[in-house]
Write a protein that binds this ligand. Structure first.
Ligand SMILES: [Zn+2]
Length: 118
């Protein structure tokens, strides 16, 4: 993982782990990426296309490849899911397991990624 901020696990970040802890009945899972809502909201391309339309309406189109667009939107989705509404300039690093799962689903040709920037 490129940056130290992305090296933590979802279990170390209250906002992310609370999503797992709040499932009832609590399933025997050890990572947010195994949460049924993760696949549904962060890996499903149809959901991401709709979320991207909302982003695009407000901010304009991203100059990015299709998979980069999906990854960016998925990161926004998981932050919204974990933290709710954040101020425009507040950025949160993502757990490495979350970043890896999103990159696996939407890989970049050539395999170079920017990683988190404050
Ligand atoms: Zn995890």
């Amino acid at each position: 993982m490129a940056s130290a901020q992305e090296s933590m696990c979802c279990r170390e970040v209250d906002a992310f782990w609370a999503l797992v802890e709040s499932l009832t009945p609590r399933p025997d899972i050890s990572c947010l990426t195994q949460h049924p809502g993760f696949e549904a909201s962060c890996l499903n391309p149809f959901v991401l296309q709709i979320a991207y339309m909302s982003f695009r309406q407000e901010h304009g189109p991203l100059q990015a490849s299709k998979h980069e667009q999906y990854r960016y939107t998925a990161y926004r989705q998981v932050v919204r899911w974990a933290y709710g509404i954040l101020g425009r300039h507040i950025r949160k690093p993502l757990p490495s397991c979350v970043v890896s799962a999103i990159r696996r689903q939407f890989p970049e040709e050539g395999g170079t990624y920017k990683g988190f920037e404050w």
